[in-house]
Design a protein around this ligand. Structure first.
Ligand SMILES: NC(=O)c1ccc[n+]([C@@H]2O[C@H](COP(=O)([O-])OP(=O)(O)OC[C@H]3O[C@@H](n4cnc5c(N)ncnc54)[C@H](O)[C@@H]3O)[C@@H](O)[C@H]2O)c1
Ligand SMILES: O=c1ccn([C@@H]2O[C@H](COP(=O)(O)OP(=O)(O)O[C@H]3O[C@H](CO)[C@@H](O)[C@H](O)[C@H]3O)[C@@H](O)[C@H]2O)c(=O)[nH]1
Length: 453
């Protein structure tokens, strides 16, 4: 079975590289010529652990190829994955223009039977619309073949994408077409372990499963973040609360890690898109709406928290803040909708000078956050970033931050405040002693009591 992947973002690239590693001939197509040129040379446009090796071996053994030619990618494939972006529009609805471009190309260039698989996250009804459109085009072309469509949402996490793609939590296949279902099944049968559950359903349900999953996780995070804010006021400890809740396996500990607010290319846009689908169908989704509002509040509260400790006369003028981590999570260079952007903007708005270091996210930050260029000083490493700063704000929990010469760092600083927005050092007695340590969701009083016991 020959595979075509339309769109070489995180999903397209990782999925394509993994499928090629199982021996499928894969053609990856993208409209971004510079990206394709680099990919053909084995240079990945993204930082994703394990991806470079897969790209190199796919290119070496010839199972993986890259092109900007949509016609060639479509005509040479039996199964075509749509993996282009579906970002949020101004009004929160999903921008389907990239999907439309690909679908139009498929309608125009398909030369025999194809299965089109929608991996991009698409609002309910999109798959059926695509199938109807392609039927219409083929009829108008008097084409002697069909094109079948299946929804097959992707659940991979950035930073763990290769492993997730090899061993997904589930495979959801949304189609009423038997041939599409069989082709997808045989594709996944090659590499998916026996114990991975397959769920077959209609396209609308598959589309909803994707939005529902992301929105539910966003709700969970916002819930714990609100409790973290309350815990700081009442002397409780959010990590213990999460542990205590998580011991009930109906709740589970996953996604109960308090932080500066969720970010990334999916939760922010998918929660908004689900609300938009609700709005268009006359159903107000109060819970999801509240999760978004709580997430916005969380980012603002982080600025207030830092300001409350460091400010003089209500401003941060004259203060230098060292931000550790820019990417929305560790092990990715992706800064899309990262809380770091809002928090840094808030600190700058209050007059602070901001230095920043991120193991992978700085190139993207300089490229995409052009409004911050000139205001943020990007640094060589976390120690360099902390130098002469009044405070460290740990934004993203990169593992490399654990190993530092803390005595040297604190000596190089002007102040000694440490805002740990990920509770990475909550259990690190040395760091807590050296710095004025401000974790998330607990306060020093509670910590002192703990220590005394
Ligand atoms: N990023 C993730 O972790 C993740 C996980 C699961 C699902 N998803 C969903 O998968 C989809 C893709 O997300 P992503 O983050 O991988 O995308 P991305 O934004 O990183 O990349 C999209 C790519 O599509 C290309 N493109 C745009 N128009 C094109 C066209 N007409 N033909 C070919 N290529 C075109 C762009 O140049 C870009 O390289 C989205 O719907 C997203 O919601 C993403
Ligand atoms: O307990 C937690 C867990 C996550 N986060 C934050 O939530 C965001 C998203 O994290 P994560 O879900 O790990 O990253 P993504 O790579 O965006 O993956 C999500 O979005 C993808 C795109 O749709 C889906 O495929 C995945 O299943 C879904 O987990 C990040 O800002 C995290 O810091 C927290 O604050 N607390």
């Amino acid at each position: 079975m020959k595979i075509g992947i339309m769109g070489t973002g995180y999903v397209g690239l990782v999925h394509g590289a993994v499928l090629s590693s199982y021996g499928f001939p894969v053609t990856c197509m993208d409209v971004d010529a510079a990206k394709i040129e680099r990919l053909a040379d084995g240079i990945s446009p993204i930082y994703e652990p394990g991806l470079d090796e897969l790209l190199a071996s796919g290119l070496r053994d010839g199972t993986l190829s890259f092109t900007t030619n949509a016609k060639q990618a479509i005509q040479s494939s039996d199964v075509i994955f749509i993996a282009v972006g579906t970002p949020a529009k101004e009004d929160g609805s999903a921008n389907l223009s990239y999907v439309q471009e690909v679908v139009q190309s498929i309608g125009k260039y398909a030369n025999d039977y194809k299965v089109v698989v929608c991996k991009s996250t698409m609002p309910v009804g999109t798959n059926r619309g695509i199938a109807r459109y392609l039927d219409g085009v083929l009829k108008a072309r008097n084409a002697p073949f069909r094109i079948d469509v299946a929804s097959n949402p992707e659940f991979l996490r950035q930073g763990k994408a290769v492993g997730d793609s090899r061993h997904p939590s589930r495979i959801v296949i949304g189609t009423e077409n038997e041939e599409a279902k069989l082709r997808l099944q045989s594709l996944y049968d090659v590499h998916i372990r026996q114990d991975v559950p397959f769920l077959y359903t209609n396209p609308e349900t598959a589309e909803m499963i994707k939005y529902a999953s992301n929105s539910f996780l966003a709700v969970k995070i916002s819930f714990v973040n609100e409790l973290a804010l309350l815990s700081e006021k009442v002397g409780a400890n959010i990590q213990d609360i999460a542990a205590g809740m998580g011991l009930d396996d109906r709740i589970s500990l996953h996604f109960l890690q308090a932080g500066p607010g969720y970010g990334g290319s999916c939760f922010p846009k998918d929660t908004q898109a689900l609300i938009d689908v609700g709005r268009k169908n006359g159903e107000e989704l109060y819970v999801v709406r509240a999760a978004i509002a709580a997430n916005e509040k969380q980012k603002l509260k982080m600025v207030h928290k830092i300001n409350d400790v460091l400010s003089f006369n209500g401003t941060l003028k004259g203060k230098t803040i060292a931000v550790w981590g820019l990417s929305f999570k560790p092990e990715t260079d992706d800064i899309r909708s990262a809380p770091s952007y809002d928090i840094i903007s808030g600190l700058l708005g209050r007059g602070a000078a901001v230095k920043a270091y991120c193991p992978q996210g700085m190139k993207q930050a300089e490229r995409l956050w052009t409004d911050l260029n000139g205001s943020v000083a990007y640094c060589e490493n976390e120690a360099d970033c902390a130098q002469n700063a009044d405070a460290i704000v740990l934004m993203t929990e990169w593992e490399q931050f654990r190993e530092n010469s803390w005595d040297t760092i604190v000596k190089s600083m002007r102040g000694n405040a440490f805002f740990d927005l990920r509770n990475m050092f909550a259990g690190h007695a040395h760091v807590r002693r050296l710095f004025d340590y401000y974790p998330i969701g607990s306060n020093e009083l509670a910590y002192a009591l703990e220590e005394a016991q």
